[in-house]
Write a protein of this length. Structure first.
Length: 312
């Protein structure tokens, strides 16, 4: 679930002309989306993102299904028609009302409380206190919950695509992508050479005890660095998996990571900004030196993979 969907689930729409409200996915008739109330219909409807205005643009509901409506689907159909029988559109615009505030207006603080889920969860508190963009905090939160859409998680949602990692030939999972893949292992090796940090064993290890021996202030900066690393790996993976981009070199992913580090460091305290800038420069220098010493070219994924495999 992306940041937009997280936001929309925290409120509902007061429908006017229906041009900004999704018929199936948004909350507008009741406190639940129609996709959840009538899942059998939603599974076979052709246009799952149709707007309310489009559905009500004809005398009959403008809905097309892939199969004949019968059995349980027919029961759901009649129940939905009954629910929608009194819906009328107007000329006014749709209005989004935020449920987290009495005045219906969105605030970051109320979004925080919505996403926290478990108020006293120390791990979540650590994440939400990081000085990072909200989008990245949500990404990390979903990562810790095992909820980002790696291919194994997509398969659980009846996705029929390949389960193979976008960078190698093994099956993709969260742990594989960020720890076991040759891409991740090579990057962690560079981090060890540059920052003298041992490779963590899991996401929970990173959020928990990993790096705490260097002090609490260092831990916060460290988590920001790892957020940039994971975000760089995730964006690179998505470009290969869904946009048919070529597999990037390890150097390219590291430089993408340091780009985000430099960009986000302005959110940190002044003393932390300098630490992050130095760490970014060291990572870039060490990456180029290590790959040069091992005969790895910055534009060659195959050589990097072979060198990584031979050193295991």
């Amino acid at each position: 679930m992306n940041i937009k969907d997280q936001l929309l689930r925290g409120g509902h729409f007061k429908v006017g002309n229906g041009q900004a409200t999704r018929f199936w996915k948004d909350k507008w008739v009741t406190s639940r989306p129609l996709s959840e109330q009538f899942p059998n219909l939603f599974n076979i409807v052709r246009n799952k993102s149709a707007l309310v205005a489009y559905v009500f643009s004809d005398t009959n509901l403008n809905l097309s299904f892939r199969r004949t409506i019968m059995g349980n689907k027919l029961v759901e159909w009649h129940n939905m028609l009954n629910l929608l029988s009194e819906v009328t559109l107007s000329l006014s615009r749709d209005k989004f009302v935020w449920d987290g505030q009495r005045n219906g207006i969105f605030s970051v603080q109320s979004m925080y409380h919505l996403l926290m889920n478990i108020p006293n969860n120390e791990r979540n508190k650590k994440l939400w206190k990081l000085k990072l963009p909200l989008k990245i905090k949500v990404f990390l939160w979903n990562l810790c919950r095992g909820a980002i859409l790696t291919k194994d998680n997509l398969a659980k949602r009846r996705w029929n695509g390949s389960l193979t990692c976008s960078f190698c030939n093994r099956n993709e999972s969260i742990h594989h992508l960020f720890f076991d893949c040759y891409m991740a292992k090579s990057i962690w090796r560079v981090i060890y050479f540059a920052l003298k940090l041992e490779m963590p064993v899991s996401i929970n290890h990173i959020i928990g005890s990993w790096g705490t021996n260097r002090g609490p202030g260092y831990k916060k900066v460290l988590l920001s660095r790892i957020a940039a690393l994971f975000w760089a790996i995730w964006l690179s993976r998505n470009e290969v998996a869904f946009n048919q981009k070529p597999i990037p070199s390890i150097v390219q992913v590291i430089f993408r990571c340091t780009h985000w580090l430099r960009f986000w460091r302005l959110l940190q305290k002044e003393e932390s900004q300098q630490q992050i800038l130095i760490a970014s420069q060291v990572l870039e220098v060490v990456a180029m030196e290590v790959f040069a010493n091992h005969g790895w070219r910055s534009n060659s994924r195959i050589e990097a993979q072979c060198a990584c495999t031979s050193n295991r």
